[in-house]
Design a binder for this molecule. Structure first.
Ligand SMILES: [Mn+2]
Length: 280
C-alpha cells in the first residue's frame, strides 16, 4: 500500500488516467488530490465524477473549488422576488472573477448534467476538506492547496479561514515548521523563484516545503505525482496542446479595474492569482 499526492488537475482527465496507469494505482493505495480539480482544462466535471466514485481518493479544496461552489450554488437558485436582489455587485464580481479564472469548461460540462447529477457533483465538491495531516515513514506532513496566510507557528491549522489556505503564495525559502513538511499545489513550480528550484516545472523539495503543481496544461509544464512513502516522483506530459484563451494576461489586468473598497476581497484574489504567473 502506497500513498500518492497529486494536485491542480484542472480538468486534465486523460492525463490523470495516464498517471494512475504509470503509478499502477490499486485499491490498496491512497491518493490525495490537493485541490483545483476544476476549471481551465477540458474535462473538469468528467474528472469530478470519476473521483467521486473512488473511495481511496481524498480531494482537498482549492481556490477554484471554492469559486465554483459559490457561483454554481448561486446560479442554480431559483429566482424569486426575495432573492433577486442577491445578484448585487459583489455577486456579479464573484461570477466575473470565476470567469476570469477559467470557469468555462466547468460550466459547459456542468450545464450538460441532469439535475440529479448536478446535485451529486455539488454535494461532492462541498465535502472537500481544506487540509489533511498525515504521518508516514516517521515524517509528519501537512497537505493544503496553497499555503498558510497570516502564518503563526502556534496557530492551530483548524483556526485558518478557507481563504487563508487556498490563495497563498508561500515563500519557499522559509520553512513553516521544523518537524512538519508542508505539501502544496497552487503555484506551478515553473514560476517559483528560489535558488533551490533547480528544475522549474518539476517537483520542488526545499526547506520543509514540497511543491507539486508542475503546471499540467501550461507550456513547459506537466502533471506530477509524488509517492510519499519514498518521495519518488512520477510525471505525465499533457495530452492536449494547451490553448486556453482564458489564461490571457489581459484577463488578470481587467480584474484590477474594480472599485477598491467594494471589491477588496475579489481584487485580493485576482492579484494573488496573477502574481508571478502572467505567462499562464
Ligand atoms: Mn489554485
Amino acid at each position: 500500500m502506497s500513498t500518492y499526492i497529486i494536485s491542480d488537475l484542472h480538468g486534465h482527465y486523460d492525463e490523470f488516467l495516464e498517471m494512475l496507469r504509470v503509478i499502477a494505482f490499486t485499491d490498496e493505495d491512497m491518493l490525495y488530490v490537493l485541490g483545483d480539480v476544476v476549471d481551465r482544462g477540458p474535462k473538469p466535471v468528467t474528472l469530478l465524477k470519476d473521483l467521486m466514485n473512488r473511495p481511496n481518493v481524498v480531494c482537498l479544496a482549492g481556490n477554484h473549488e471554492l469559486m465554483a461552489l459559490e457561483c454554481l450554488n448561486f446560479l442554480l437558485k431559483e429566482v424569486t422576488e426575495e432573492n433577486i436582489y442577491d445578484l448585487d455587485e459583489e455577486m456579479l464580481g464573484k461570477l466575473l472573477n470565476w470567469q476570469l479564472n477559467g470557469s468555462g469548461t466547468t460550466l459547459d460540462e456542468f450545464a450538460a448534467l441532469s439535475p440529479e447529477e448536478r446535485d451529486e457533483v455539488l454535494d461532492y465538491l462541498g465535502e472537500f476538506d481544506l487540509y489533511e495531516e498525515i504521518e508516514l515513514s516517521g515524517r509528519k506532513y501537512l497537505l493544503i492547496h496553497a499555503g498558510l496566510r497570516n502564518f503563526e507557528p502556534d496557530r492551530p491549522i483548524e483556526d485558518y479561514e478557507p481563504e487563508e489556505l487556498v490563495w497563498e503564495r508561500p515563500d519557499y525559502d522559509i520553512p513553516y515548521f521544523d518537524d512538519v513538511t508542508v505539501v502544496t499545489g497552487h503555484t506551478p513550480t515553473l514560476f517559483i523563484e528560489t535558488e533551490e528550484n533547480i528544475r522549474p516545472g518539476f517537483i520542488l523539495k526545499a526547506n520543509n516545503h514540497i511543491a507539486i503543481d508542475c503546471g499540467c496544461g501550461i507550456p513547459g509544464g506537466r502533471l506530477a505525482c509524488l509517492r510519499l512513502d519514498d518521495l519518488l516522483e512520477f510525471y505525465v506530459d499533457a495530452v492536449e496542446e494547451y490553448a486556453d484563451e482564458e489564461y490571457d494576461e489581459d484577463d488578470f489586468e481587467g480584474i484590477e479595474e474594480y472599485d477598491e473598497d467594494e471589491f477588496e476581497e475579489i481584487e485580493k484574489h485576482g492579484e494573488n492569482e496573477s502574481e508571478g504567473i502572467e505567462e499562464q
